[in-house]
Design a protein around this ligand. Sequence first.
Ligand SMILES: [Zn+2]
Ligand SMILES: [Zn+2]
Length: 135
Amino acid sequence: MDIIAPIFKEKKLKLTPQRLAVYNYLLNTTSHPSADIIYTDIHIQYPTMSLATVYKALKTLVDVGLIQEINVGEGNFRYDGNSLSHPHVQCLGCGKVDDFKDLSLDNLNSSADEHTDYKIISNKVYFYGYCPDCQ
Ligand SMILES: [Zn+2]
Ligand SMILES: [Zn+2]
């Protein structure tokens, strides 16, 4: 809470219990949950919070850049409390999505830049494979 208040202030976001709950949840997980999972977990603590409210809070947090939406091609978004650009890997067996420990693909932007007329500013990279449990 103490960390979050100044962050919200800087983004000129009203500190609503819903936004706080969703942001706090995402800061404390590396599992890249979907809105449904966030809703199910948060609902235990905030029984009055609807799925629509969770979606609204997520959208607001994405819009101000505090969290990021990731789309590994499942048809629905997952959410990440780490808003910095970083690659993800999804397990083809159980579907979980993880971060890499020390893999930065920042140089990919400049490499890509050399092969196009576009001015590249970002990238989203997803790897697919099998996690230790599914191998
Ligand atoms: Zn797996
Ligand atoms: Zn991530």
